[in-house]
Design a protein. Structure first.
Length: 370
């Protein structure tokens, strides 16, 4: 069995592909796997680090503005579409895959389109509740279209071969347990708030969380774990300006990055975060109530649609970034934590949305198509 994977640009497209590939290897150790990604993209580092072969093409996405630089970029992108198709053809001819799997991002477009033209069956996986342009384009060529959430189907053409598989969730997320996680982190039974805005940090989230964290430092009502990100090193000083010295508050765990997310997520009562697809799948798997602040700076505003899939099931609250204020954020968190009944209902609804056997479902689709 030889499988070619194409996807990249963001961790949200790369990590699902790595999870699928890892599961395939665990079930079929002799499977040959090759990743194709963008030269210079983060996949060029992440894929080899995960132990898989990698080859690159040069491709870029279109910019949606009409400035001189954007127009120049888009002209170059058109040229790259032709050269990347030729590069993809050579890679596919050399590797001779039995199947090509796409997990989104503009890099998967030319690779899977070329594979289909060369007679290689293709399947695609869409992580978001609102399918991206690449998914919509490739869905017409795919033997199977795998969706993370049922809501995505209404945004696709009728008559496609669709199966809901969920998003791959790491085993450590699935197995982490609340009481042992709290013990590991040295937490007591007070409510725990977990917040983050991604590895780089989200300025708006940091700015608006400072009041809640400063308040918790003063009244000790909540325990709070927060990651301010690579570009948020100014955050502790902002909290200090609001009257709280983080280092003196044992109930505050404020750091640049969370490298033990499974433990922190299991320990939490409420999560404050963006609405990336994989993050939400992990929140659901752990059955956590959430206050979601979708990033407005993503294609097709897909994080808003991701968040609304939970909001509509009464599994999360949403604050759009344009409406975000410290007082509204505090109000949402207090509302959830002050009512045990409300908190348990949101938690239960989130867990009911979770698909915890996504890897097995996706593997079954692969076997069926092969």
């Amino acid at each position: 069995m030889k499988i070619l994977f194409a996807g990249g640009g963001t961790a949200g497209h790369i990590n699902p592909a790595l999870a699928i590939a890892g599961y395939v290897k665990s079930r079929c150790p002799h499977a040959e796997i090759l990743f194709v990604g963008n030269k210079g993209g983060m996949e060029e580092r992440l894929v080899p680090n995960a132990g898989f072969d990698f080859q690159s093409i040069v491709i870029s996405g279109f910019k949606r503005s009409f400035g001189v630089k954007a127009i120049g970029h888009n002209i170059a992108t058109v040229k790259r579409m032709f050269t990347s198709s030729n590069a993809s053809k050579k890679i596919i001819a050399d590797f001779k895959p039995d199947l090509a799997v796409g997990t989104g991002g503009y890099v998967s477009g030319p690779v899977l389109r070329t594979a289909a033209k060369m007679g290689v069956p293709i399947i695609i996986h869409e992580q978001n509740a609102y399918p991206g342009i690449t998914t919509k384009m490739l869905s017409k060529l795919a033997k199977k279209v795998m969706l993370a959430v049922p809501d995505a189907e209404k945004h696709l053409d009728k008559g496609l071969n669709i199966v809901v598989t969920g998003n791959p969730v790491r085993q450590e997320i699935l197995s982490a347990e609340r009481s042992s996680a709290r013990q590991m982190l040295g937490l007591d039974e007070r409510p725990v708030v977990l917040s983050f805005g991604g590895s780089l940090g989200a300025r708006k989230i940091n700015e608006n969380l400072a009041d809640l964290i400063a308040r918790s430092g003063k009244d000790g009502k909540y325990q709070h774990i927060h990651a301010y990100g690579q570009y948020g090193k100014w955050f502790p000083n902002l909290v200090k300006e609001k009257g709280t010295e983080i280092s003196k508050c044992r109930n505050l765990d404020i750091r640049e990055y969370i490298d033990n997310m499974a433990t922190c997520l299991a320990a939490a009562d409420v999560v404050i975060s963006r609405a990336g697809a994989i993050t939400l799948s992990e929140i659901q798997a752990q059955g956590k109530a959430a206050v979601l602040i979708p990033s407005p700076n993503v294609a097709e505003n897909h994080q808003y649609h991701n968040a609304m899939a939970l909001v509509n099931k009464k599994a999360a609250e949403i604050i759009e970034e344009a409406d975000l204020t410290p007082s509204l954020l505090i109000e949402k968190v207090d509302k959830l934590l002050e009512s045990r009944e409300t908190l348990e209902r949101y938690s239960r609804n989130a867990r009911e949305m979770a698909i915890v056997d996504a890897n097995e479902r996706i593997y079954n689709v692969i076997k069926e198509v092969l």
